[in-house]
Ligand binder design. Structure first.
Ligand SMILES: C[S@@+](CC[C@H](N)C(=O)[O-])C[C@H]1O[C@@H](n2cnc3c(N)ncnc32)[C@H](O)[C@@H]1O
Length: 226
């Protein structure tokens, strides 16, 4: 009987991403109640959040900064300007040919290939900054095998997609020591970065504290892993 009901519901149901987003948005509110302290610093834009994170958590120390989703280099440039320590390392990963698959959002669909720079990496006149072109799925395994963080680690997830973000967090798990900071650029994209963080934490038994967010309603979020 139960399986007949299941089949009937499956056949009558609506398989629609917009409906999925609408139903899942309430999860952000449940998450807020569980994870976000009442006095969580909240900023008008992401640059102010970066400045706060850098001032509070890094100060004048060296930093290891890994960015997943670089496009034209807006955010990696910003972090390299915030932290001037000679020993800091900034590594940006991207296909530089755009999103590998369509990004479903509630308000629009971003087609595969959006953010294509024609293979060009950003020109940043700073020898602490390096880029790793290619799919994370092809490049990150080899990188992580050779990389030992020497300084506080910041991982910036700005790849928009669930698949990419989940892959990055899972693959970086070994280097994400307690205290590492992870920044999400599209956090309230509930089927994507938000869902990837939840699934990563469930699968790898990780917990975290929320450090900061931006308005409106968790557009960007920074966490510190326990
Ligand atoms: C929103 S853009 C990054 C924006 C950038 N951080 C900024 O501040 O302007 C997202 C980027 O993620 C990249 N991306 C998404 N999934 C990827 C994957 N699996 N491998 C490599 N790059 C990926 C896309 O190519 C795209 O350039």
């Amino acid at each position: 009987m139960r399986s007949r009901l299941k089949v009937a519901v499956a056949k009558a149901g609506i398989d629609n991403t917009r409906a999925d987003v609408l139903f899942n948005l309430a999860k952000v509110e449940t998450w807020r109640r569980r994870h976000v302290p009442a006095d969580c610093p909240t900023f008008a834009d992401r640059v102010r959040m970066y400045e706060y994170l850098h001032g509070e958590c890094i100060g004048d120390r060296a930093l290891d900064y890994l960015e997943f989703g670089v496009y034209e280099g807006g955010s990696i440039r910003c972090w390299a300007e915030l932290n001037r320590h000679r020993e800091s390392r900034f590594v940006g990963f991207d296909t530089f040919t755009g999103l590998p698959e369509q990004w479903h959002r509630i308000d629009a669909r971003m087609q595969a290939g959006a953010f294509d720079t024609g293979g060009a990496v950003p020109q940043i006149d700073d020898d602490r900054v390096a880029f790793v072109p290619g799919l994370f799925q092809d490049t990150l395994g080899g990188f992580v095998a050779d990389f030992t963080p020497r300084a506080p680690l910041v991982v910036h997830c700005d790849a928009d997609l669930y698949s990419s973000t989940l892959f990055v967090l899972s693959k970086c798990d070994d280097i994400l020591a307690p205290g590492s900071i992870v920044v999400f650029d599209e956090f309230s994209s509930v089927l994507n970065e938000f869902a990837a963080l939840a699934d990563y934490c469930n699968a790898y038994r990780r917990e975290y504290d929320v450090l900061a967010a931006t308005a409106p309603y968790f557009a960007q979020v920074a966490i510190r892993l326990r």
